[in-house]
Design a protein around this ligand. Structure first.
Ligand SMILES: NC(=O)c1ccc[n+]([C@@H]2O[C@H](COP(=O)([O-])OP(=O)(O)OC[C@H]3O[C@@H](n4cnc5c(N)ncnc54)[C@H](O)[C@@H]3O)[C@@H](O)[C@H]2O)c1
Length: 207
């Protein structure tokens, strides 16, 4: 499957590398030009056991790409992960400006049905805000393109992130329709060969 991951920090890089390792073609996007240039030269911004080998192997095999051009990456993907930071705002709540800025870019770039997966840590109700932001950008283009929002929280432990991702205790997916859920199940099936650890829930219940 062709996947884009927007935000190549700790979560984005680990997820992108592991999805590529499982046979997907992944493009990791970041606005930080320096970070993307370093990654292309094989220098990783973080240390996780096993990550460097996985990144270098998949980058060489052209199953893992790095870019600052979000629009091209989004336009050619079937699933788009949002993995940007959600720093604490002045009132202590998660600052969603980066997540919603990515949502706008998604609406400006997508060309066909897309599953948008929120991997950033966000409060209940964020899926609606992301959906609305994408829809507004589509309306501004005067196009009708179907999309679904999925929530897929991350439970990586620093120092064991690759092992956790490749052999997850559980994969939690919040979605409000079967089509998106099936696509997510197909994506994660190779990570759950011995036992199905897929936990799905209706995203509407969280509202
Ligand atoms: N680090 C963890 O252990 C962990 C675990 C679970 C969940 N999370 C959550 O996952 C999310 C990401 O965390 P992280 O630690 O990977 O963050 P991070 O700060 O390491 O990385 C975020 C990246 O997003 C990039 N970015 C910001 N705006 C962008 C945009 N518009 N387009 C493209 N790239 C953009 C930044 O340059 C940065 O490289 C957060 O919501 C965090 O709470 C983190």
């Amino acid at each position: 499957m062709k996947i884009s991951v927007i935000g190549t920090g700790y979560v984005g890089l680990v997820s992108g590398a592991c999805f590529a390792q499982m046979g997907n073609t992944v493009t990791c996007v970041d606005i930080d030009e320096q970070k993307i240039a370093s990654l292309k030269e094989g220098h990783l911004p973080i240390y996780e056991p096993g990550l460097e080998e996985m990144v270098l192997h998949n980058y060489k095999a052209k199953t893992l790409h790095f870019t600052t051009h979000a629009k091209e990456a989004i336009a050619s993907s079937k699933i788009c992960f949002i993995a940007v930071g959600t720093p604490m705002g002045e009132d202590g709540s998660a600052d969603l400006q980066y997540v919603l800025s990515v949502a706008k870019t998604i609406g400006e770039s997508m060309q066909e049905y897309l599953v948008i997966v929120d991997k950033s840590t966000v409060p209940v109700g964020t899926a609606d805000k992301v959906r609305q932001t994408i829809q507004e950008a589509l309306d501004a283009r005067a196009v009708t393109i179907e999309f679904d929002i999925v929530s897929n929280p991350e439970f990586l432990k620093e120092g064991a992130a690759i092992a956790d991702f490749m052999r997850p205790d559980r994969v939690v997916i919040g979605a409000d329709n079967q089509k998106a859920l099936d696509i997510m199940h197909d994506l994660y099936a190779p990570f759950m060969k011995t036992r199905d650890r897929f936990i799905s829930m209706d995203i509407k219940v969280q509202r």
